[in-house]
Design a protein around this ligand. Structure first.
Ligand code: SAM
Length: 217
């Protein structure tokens, strides 16, 4: 894996074997902020949201959620699933404005709830989505950040049974966002039961993204 700079000056990781980046080369931080924070987290109406991230990777989405929690004073519980964590020395070289909070995210242990400041609790799990489908013990979430590799690169992540599972573990009113706006993904999310919106993608990046809301009424 290699570190690459993206157009907004923030770094991402590149996986040569998949020919795939962890974020948009048009701007890693810009994409994460737009797709998961501005279009996702900010639309969650719960006072103390519980977030589930599929594909924790560099921890950038967790970091931006932590900043949002500190800014709003809303307490966030954050669970990140990652079966293939990048190596620590690679993560140590990734910096976002040299903010030590980003390093705290990586210093946190696995499978242990770790408070990072007064408003954010992190639980990193070395578990893949399929395994978590089998082992989820009744936890419920208000937001899902679906940040898997693209359907062309890792199709099994986008299978109907995974999206059905995510619908089942979300609270009514919960929102799932993803950078991918493909028709097949929109249809699978609708089939799972979500109300699906196509929204503008991040500035300079993909034209569209998806927000899927669990609406029982
Ligand atoms: C697009 S990258 C994620 C980027 C990450 N959210 C970030 O901000 O760095 C996709 C991530 O999904 C992870 N992944 C691969 N297989 C997975 C699985 N079965 N379950 C959950 N995550 C998986 C990869 O290791 C990778 O970190």
């Amino acid at each position: 894996m290699q570190i690459k700079q993206t157009a907004d000056g923030s770094p991402t990781l590149y996986v040569p074997e998949l020919d795939e980046h962890y974020h948009s080369v048009k701007g890693a931080r810009t994409e994460s902020q737009h797709v998961f924070i501005d279009m996702g987290l900010k639309h969650v109406r719960f006072a103390q949201p519980r977030i589930l991230e599929i594909g924790f990777g560099t921890g950038l989405n967790a970091y931006l959620s932590l900043l949002e929690a500190n800014q709003t004073g809303k307490k966030i519980h954050y669970t990140g699933l990652e079966p293939y964590p990048p190596e620590q020395d690679l993560l140590a070289k990734l910096t976002y404005n040299n903010d030590p909070l980003f390093q705290y995210i990586h210093a946190a242990g696995w499978e242990i709830e770790t408070p990072i400041g007064p408003y954010f609790t992190l639980l990193k799990k070395p578990t893949g989505l399929a395994e978590s489908r089998r082992t989820n013990a009744g936890q419920r979430y208000d937001a899902v950040y679906f940040d898997a590799f693209a359907p062309e690169k890792q199709p099994e992540m986008w299978e109907q049974q995974n999206l059905d599972h995510l619908y089942a573990v979300m609270n009514d009113g919960g929102v799932l966002t993803t950078y991918c706006a493909k028709g097949t993904v929109r249809r699978a999310l609708r089939a799972a039961g979500f109300t699906v919106e196509r929204l503008p993608g991040p500035p300079g990046g993909k034209r569209e993204m998806i927000r899927a809301t669990k609406t029982l009424i």
